[in-house]
Design a protein around this ligand. Structure first.
Ligand SMILES: NC(=O)c1ccc[n+]([C@@H]2O[C@H](COP(=O)([O-])OP(=O)(O)OC[C@H]3O[C@@H](n4cnc5c(N)ncnc54)[C@H](O)[C@@H]3O)[C@@H](O)[C@H]2O)c1
Length: 387
């Protein structure tokens, strides 16, 4: 198979979708790996390092898309990139289609098979390709929140951990999954007063038992959110319903009731954001202010630490890339239900239920576009994907 790794085009995105070690694994089993010139530069991975492991450098995006059977990216493709895709191709990338109906429609028109990192889901409900980026984004959420609470950065001028005799800042984390638990642990480590809300009691329980006594866990209800957000210095948005738009847990009214110069870091922005006032920002201009509340809504937070995140991402994606390359997608999904749940679009049809609902299109079970060897009754209980 010919695998193409383009340069990332999103503003301030320094990650790349494969490392030289990954190229070695693929090239060593007979695949041809094309790397766009300079694709690894942001992660300090030189073209020569890829060539040394069997990669082939191509000059342009057009050349790469023209030749590759499988395009592997980090961030969702631009509309220009989608214009280069055709029905013979596959794209394996973060897609975040729920808040992007236009992108979904264009990908459907392309006819390409579109596999989203963020909906690859294991039987226990965990999301193995989102997890490493969520760990990084969660940890960074606490540190960027602390930064924007500083006076000269527009914040209230409060130190997250306080000092002896002076109260620490209050950090409210909405969501106790991977982003939320990582954000909470770092904020608690910085000695802030941390409150974590989730509607999943098991997630609250495991966070509580891990870090007992250093944070408070609260069942998420509208009343509890209202109470805690109104007294927060920093709110971190970390909720997710896989494939779907993020639930709007913070209303415009709650924002206007927040403490002036407090901060919201809405990590859930890639799925549309958990506050009614959230809109996507970039690392170049990461914040804006509504009702005196600083909003930080960067959609590619891990892009700021590519030396960590390129390696963390590719550690997780490589086994799936190898499987797709060795077997082809139709064969690979027969035995790998996690990969099957990653397919969002095939033959112009949306095959993930949550994505279809979010973008207002018809949903087609994956079994209607890929003949499964298993009987149709054997549904893998994966949210959003029924076979
Ligand atoms: N902006 C970025 O750069 C970036 C990077 C990584 C991840 N993310 C995003 O962060 C979000 C969280 O990811 P994750 O890996 O932590 O997901 P996760 O599935 O591990 O956790 C999500 C949590 O949200 C909770 N939740 C869902 N609906 C809720 C509700 N109505 N009230 C309270 N809690 C609710 C779930 O119970 C779960 O514990 C996702 O949208 C993900 O795409 C963004």
């Amino acid at each position: 198979m010919i695998i193409g790794i383009p340069c990332e085009v999103e503003t301030d995105e320094y990650r790349v979708a494969i490392t030289p070690a990954g190229v070695r694994e693929l090239a060593g089993t007979g695949h041809r790996v094309l790397i766009q010139k300079g694709a690894g530069e942001g992660s300090k991975l030189a073209d020569d390092a890829y060539v040394g492991q069997g990669g082939v450098i191509v000059d342009t995006t057009e050349e790469l898309f023209d030749q590759a059977d499988l395009i592997v990216k980090v961030k969702d493709p631009s509309l220009e990139e989608v214009g280069l895709l055709s029905e013979r191709q596959m794209i394996f990338s973060f897609l975040h289609l729920a808040p992007q109906p236009d992108l979904a429609a264009r990908l459907m028109e392309s006819g390409a098979t579109c596999i989203a990192y963020e909906t690859v889901e294991l039987d226990d409900g965990s999301l193995p390709l989102l997890t490493p980026m969520s760990e990084i984004a969660g940890r960074m959420a606490a540190q960027v929140g602390a930064y924007f609470l500083e006076k000269m950065n527009g914040g209230r001028g409060i130190l997250l951990g306080g000092v002896a005799g002076v109260s620490p800042a209050k950090v409210v984390v909405l969501g106790a999954g991977i982003v939320g638990s990582n954000a909470a642990k770092i904020a608690a480590g910085m000695l802030a007063n941390v409150v974590v809300l989730d509607k999943n009691l098991e997630h609250l329980r495991s966070l509580h038992s891990y870090i007992s006594g250093r944070l408070t866990t609260v069942m998420s209800t509208v009343l509890a959110i209202e109470e805690h957000v109104s007294t927060a210095d920093l709110v971190i948005g970390a909720v997710l319903v896989p494939g779907a738009r993020a639930p709007k847990l913070i209303t415009r009214e709650m924002i206007s009731g927040m403490t002036p110069n407090s901060v919201i870091v809405d990590v859930s922005i890639d799925q549309g954001g958990m506050a009614e006032t959230s809109r996507m920002t970039t690392h170049s201009v990461p914040t804006y202010v509504i009702d005196d509340v600083i909003h930080y809504c960067v959609g590619n937070i891990p892009g700021a630490v590519p030396i960590t995140s390129t390696f963390a991402l590719t550690n997780s994606t490589l086994p799936y890339i190898v499987e797709i390359a060795n077997q082809g997608i139709d064969q690979a999904v027969q035995e790998n239900s996690a990969l099957a749940s990653g397919i969002n679009i095939k033959e112009g049809k949306i095959t993930n239920k949550a994505v279809a609902e979010a973008v207002g299109k018809s949903y087609y079970p994956l079994s209607s576009v890929i003949p499964f060897r298993l009987s149709p009754g054997s549904e893998f209980g994966i949210s959003g994907a029924v076979f």
